[in-house]
Ligand binder design. Structure first.
Ligand code: PGA
Length: 251
């Protein structure tokens, strides 16, 4: 049995005070959510304070990106996975489509970040997903397969156990246009088959594959009813504690 994961990606929203207020508002609302792992990903500058304030709760904290580098060094503006762990993160989102689109993230750099996170002892949430034009050209499955194999290249089954995959079709992110439960299931099953080919059935069966893209309180339950959908990566609807709590408490 795969334990579901509901993760909130706060992107570049909220000053420190608001981040803390949202996290503290969320805490009691999801305190009984033992059916899933609950994660929030605030901006770098709020991570430490939010993580401290959530200590002892069932909420986990994630970074939104990390450096390809593991060691200290002259890399202005970068933050290592070890630094994220140091301030209380247990997860890091890697290769979100916004990083791919606007900040030159590639499967190759994503692979280095995934490895850096594993070395640091935090769990990568590796994001993949096709553009609308790629889906319309019938290339969605091959694009996702390439991202998956590229970003997770050379990893062992033991590494894979520590990784969460987030399938986020780019056309569904922030657009209010969710993939249908059937579209999500189809792609998630394809992702799992791809992992079977690269590794083995046991590894693939154990991996949690999240759906992301306009997940809301009123569509989470049908998405979660799909066999291969193991959770959600939520953007817009994770910014308001009450909305995100309704998503976490979907059942
Ligand atoms: P959205 O964002 O829920 O606002 O569509 C999802 C994401 O980008 O992770």
């Amino acid at each position: 049995m795969r334990k579901p994961v509901i993760a909130g990606n706060w992107k570049m929203y909220k000053l420190l005070d608001e981040a803390v207020q949202t996290a503290l508002a969320l805490k009691p609302l999801v305190a009984n959510a033992n059916h899933c792992d609950v994660i929030i990903a605030p901006v770098f500058t709020a991570l430490k304070t939010v993580a401290d304030r959530l200590e002892g709760s069932n909420l986990r904290v994630s970074g939104q990106d990390c450096s390809t580098q593991s060691d200290f060094g002259a890399h202005t503006g970068e933050v290592t996975a070890g630094m994220l762990k140091d301030v209380g993160c247990q997860y890091v989102i890697i290769a979100h489509s916004e990083r791919r689109q606007f900040y030159a993230e590639t499967d190759e750099s994503a692979n280095r970040k995934v490895r850096a996170a594993l070395v640091a002892g935090i769990r990568p949430i590796y994001c993949i997903g096709e553009l609308l034009s790629e889906r319309e050209a019938g290339r969605a499955e091959s694009v996702v397969e390439t991202q998956l194999n590229g970003g997770l290249q050379g990893l062992t089954p033991a590494d894979m156990e520590r990784i969460i995959i987030a399938y986020e079709p780019v056309w569904a992110i922030g657009t209010g246009k969710t993939a249908t439960p059937e579209q999500a299931q189809e792609m998630h099953a394809h992702i799992r088959r791809t992992i079977v080919s690269a590794h083995d059935a046991v590894t693939a069966d154990g991996m949690r594959i999240l759906y992301g893209g306009s997940v809301k309180p009123d569509n989470i339950a049908t998405l979660m009813s799909q066999e291969d959908v193991d959770g959600a990566l939520v953007g817009g609807a994770s910014l308001v504690a009450q909305d995100f709590a309704r998503i976490v408490n979907y059942r």
